[in-house]
Design a protein around this ligand. Structure first.
Ligand code: ZN
Length: 321
């Protein structure tokens, strides 16, 4: 990671951010988020699927001695991802409202006392539901939310927690990079104004260390994925957190080819009512030779990057079922 462009602390007050978001919605444009630059520069590498070795079942969470560790926390039907590098932490989403305690407990067990960054990908409750609990439980340096509002109590709860802790909101601007210990992440999305389509407003990131990278774009669907792919930003990654819990409305061909992952992680609830992940998506990943790991089948999933590749561990909670 020789060059790293860092723009930390680019913050604006929460109220101002909201006003800007509403204004931009009203005007139908959002200048900072327009796609820029030439087409995708990275050419997808042809990777054959690598076998995932059977998961060890650790008694404690994996030690964080790799260059970067990412935990896909099992929050049922929803998303929650914790990334760690050199004692620095990033949390992306925290599941539904009733998963707040689960996520807070998981973070404590993982050694979190403060979070460098908290990202709420978009205002749907299966992503930001538990965020207010997390923001109240830990010292938080920066909160990143997309500039789109939602008229739910869940969304208001998050803003209340942000305000209580005297935090400011950081605006996700594609291309901006932030240090996370020995790793760094780049904002990929949102690339445009998606109106009422909250999924497509999802904040997307590419988190990279010297040993590899992860791409995670919340519930961004095909349209947003295509905008990301056309942005010219680097997308190649070993691991893709599959968009929208494996829905067939995400994981578009152009996006999948641009990321070209060896592994795909799907976060979804066991026998969820949406039928996630959809067969179409699973087949597409299988046809591309990509190994799939699912939280509904494996529980908490951890990827630890190191010189010899990625070490995967699973930790199925004993739910008694
Ligand atoms: Zn979702």
């Amino acid at each position: 990671m020789a060059r790293r462009r860092t723009r930390r602390k680019k913050t604006i007050p929460a109220l101002l951010a909201l006003v800007l978001a509403l204004l931009s919605l009203a005007l139908g444009e959002y200048k900072g988020l327009l796609p820029a630059g030439p087409g995708q520069a990275d050419e997808p590498t042809a990777r054959t699927g690598e076998e995932v070795s059977p998961g060890q079942r650790p008694s404690a969470l994996p030690a964080a001695d790799g260059t970067m560790t990412v935990h896909f926390i099992d929050v049922g039907q929803g998303d929650s991802l914790l990334a760690e590098s050199d004692g620095h932490f990033l949390l992306v989403d925290a599941g539904e409202n009733d998963q707040g305690d689960t996520v807070v407990s998981y973070l404590r067990e993982a050694g979190v006392t403060s979070l460098d960054y908290v990202i709420g990908t978009h205002p749907h409750s299966d992503h930001i539901g538990g965020l207010d609990d997390v923001i109240r439980a830990f010292d938080v340096e920066a909160v990143i939310l997309p500039p789109v509002a939602h008229t739910t109590k869940t969304f208001e709860d998050v803003l209340d927690a942000v305000q209580e802790k005297n935090l400011t909101l950081t605006q996700p601007v594609p291309g901006d990079s932030y240090d996370l210990g020995d790793a760094a992440f780049t904002i990929l999305a949102p690339q445009a104004d998606y109106g009422d389509d909250l999924n497509n407003w999802s904040v997307g990131i590419r988190l990279a260390c010297s040993d590899g990278a992860l791409v995670a774009c919340g519930d961004a669907e095909a349209q947003a994925e295509e905008d990301i792919a056309a942005s010219g930003l680097t997308l190649s990654a070993d691991v893709l957190k599959v968009g929208h819990h494996g829905s067939c409305t995400s994981t578009s061909d152009v996006f999948l080819q641009a990321v070209s992952p060896a592994w795909a992680v799907i976060s979804c609830g066991k026998e969820n009512s949406y039928g996630h992940p959809h067969e179409e998506t699973l087949k597409k990943l299988e046809d591309a030779g990509i190994a799939v790991l699912r939280t509904d089948l494996l529980g908490n999933i951890t990827a630890q990057w190191g010189e010899d590749g990625i070490t995967w561990t699973y930790e199925k909670m004993d739910s008694g079922s």
